[in-house]
Design a protein around this ligand. Sequence first.
Ligand code: UD1
Length: 420
Amino acid sequence: MDKFIIEGGQSLKGEVQIKGAKNSALPILATTLLCEDEFEIDNVPLLRDIFTMKKVLEVLGVSVKFDKNKAIVDTRGAVGYEAPYELVNQMRASYYVLGPLLARVGRALVSLPGGCAIGTRPINLHIRGLKKLQADISITHGYIDAYGNKLKGSHIFLEGPNGPSVGATINVMAAASLARGVTVIEGAAMEPEVTDVANFLNKCGAKIKGQGTRSIEIRGVKKLHGCKYEIIPDRIETGTFAIGAAITRGDIFLKKANANHITASIDKLKEVGADISIEKDGFAVKMEKDINSTDIETAPFPGFPTDMQAQFTALLCLSNGVSIVREKIFEERFMHVLELVRMGADIKKENDYVIIKGVPYLYGAKVMASDLRASAALVLAGLSASGTTEIMRIYHIDRGYENIEERLRDLGAQIWRQEE
Ligand code: UD1
């Protein structure tokens, strides 16, 4: 296992190019299963989760090769129908093969994902939506056992108690692309990654309308074909680097970043005192003033993303006042809090929110990464802290950030990877 060593205190300066969106690339790779053809998918980030998806697809008989950030996928020939526990337990998003397998093969056996560090993550909406398309689904021996030879379009309300589901919207939209008749998903997730998958499927010949709104209409077609496609930039990576600039009083340009995908985060950055200037091929973030306190509540898109909560919490530890951060999507997603406290932060957790009293500085400490975005928060805290921070179990960060330490070093950070 590797760890990061960070010598804090350097301001991040310069330019960083934002990679493709992990949360688009994963379902797009999975939905290639809907066709028997070849694909060239560009701007795929080279991450642990992407390599896990490659393995899942290979087990199903698909060939996936990489030429730098381009994935060359060949789904011709027979495909299997089982996504085994050994792969799904490495990455929940393996469940993205469920809808496509049902639609193409009429059969899917996908391991249940199991526990997750950020709280309970049910899959009832995926199952409810696919059942509405007349799939026959049962849960047996830790597997989702699904049959669906004759999927049929339907009118589906897909929201759960915490709002829409990105994963369920994509799984149902993918399956409905090859179902007979028209499907309407009400209460659909509006995240840019859902739109990206819909645009990809349309390029493959699907007939999807309304992506990016709460109501998506899918007119089933008989067959889809391969295509060339380019994945959108990763909005969470964008936001993480933006906070890197703010927390280190730096000045960086985020090349290829799409500011429209993280408006809520940009607004909060402005509120805490950052200068943002949006240009044609990205945007710049500069922080010269004290960090103001602010309150945050996570929400489905276009609200403040839960995937930016941990990183913002790290930033607000250094504010000049008191902030409240409320987590409304994954209520238990606060594993980073106790680690930040070990670095001198003053944070109190109450139910689904934390109260952060700003401190003048954080100090280096030995801390433990617990999940992907929590580890990003610890890296950000370490960059700003005085002294040395050691972050253990950084395999979590490799799931979502390509070559993070090299790219941070290019911006002036002192960060190294070492074997634990
Ligand atoms: C995706 C993202 C993840 C992000 C999350 C919310 C990927 C690979 N992951 O996860 O990074 O944090 O969106 O933006 O794209 N829910 C149910 N029943 C279900 C499914 C979800 O109740 O069947 C609930 C969840 O517990 C959560 C909420 O719905 O409270 C939203 O979750 P969802 O959008 O499904 O998250 P994921 O797609 O798993």
